[in-house]
Design a protein around this ligand. Structure first.
Ligand code: MLT
Length: 206
């Protein structure tokens, strides 16, 4: 299926091939687009419906899901606005394609907007795999994530996400009631084979 420009985000949608496979939302990193994570989605979640939007914010020519002031320094008003906008899009897709609350798989900037959605619009997601996420908000709201499965995979030598920042995100999500599994892998900011294998195994266990 090709890119769709109707609805409020440019996106790709692939319907489920297996009826009981969990629907998956794929959120790319800075400079990615709606095509980037489709092969990863097919590999990690074979048979699942896949929804992959393109971030609306441009940094130069690179698409992102929210504005930042510098690397690791976020425009938090924009984080909030964009998290709501993306959650509204998921509701739109629910009506358009019958796509229920998905499990998000977010990479880097896509993981950060996913973390923001978990905190601000928990009803939008059934769970989330956050690959190299950091705290999206300095002062996160109390949110109700009771029992929601969250996988957080961090990189031991990640130059963008400090270890204490990832740990603070895991603690915040746990405090909100999420069922958090946080693993620190011996890698940097980029995706590794271990990320794919662990995320696949975690999804299969849901
Ligand atoms: C972000 O801006 O969300 C993070 O710094 C990750 C990135 O996109 O490089």
């Amino acid at each position: 299926m090709t890119t769709t420009t109707t609805l409020s985000f440019i996106h790709r949608f692939e319907p489920a091939a297996t009826p009981d496979a969990p629907p998956i939302l794929l959120l790319h990193g800075t400079g990615g687009d709606e095509n980037d994570l489709i092969p990863l989605g097919r590999m990690i979640a074979p048979g699942s419906a896949l929804l992959s939007p393109r971030g609306k914010v441009l940094e130069g020519s690179m698409s992102r899901f929210f504005r930042r002031l510098a690397e690791g320094v976020f425009d938090e008003d924009d984080v909030r606005r964009r998290a709501h906008e993306l959650a509204d899009f998921i509701a739109e897709v629910h009506d358009a394609y019958g796509f229920p609350a998905p499990v998000a798989i977010g990479l880097s900037n896509g993981a950060n907007i996913t973390a923001a959605m978990l905190l601000l619009r928990p009803e939008a997601l059934a769970g989330a795999a956050l690959l190299r996420a950091m705290m999206p908000l300095r002062d996160p709201p109390a949110s109700d994530l009771a029992g929601k499965p969250v996988l957080l995979l961090s990189g031991m030598t990640d130059p963008i996400v400090p270890a204490d920042n990832a740990a603070a995100l895991a603690a915040t999500l746990k405090r909100s009631g999420a069922d958090v599994r946080h693993q620190v892998l011996p890698v940097g900011h980029g995706l590794s084979q271990a990320d794919l294998a662990i995320t696949k195994e975690w999804l299969e266990g849901l």
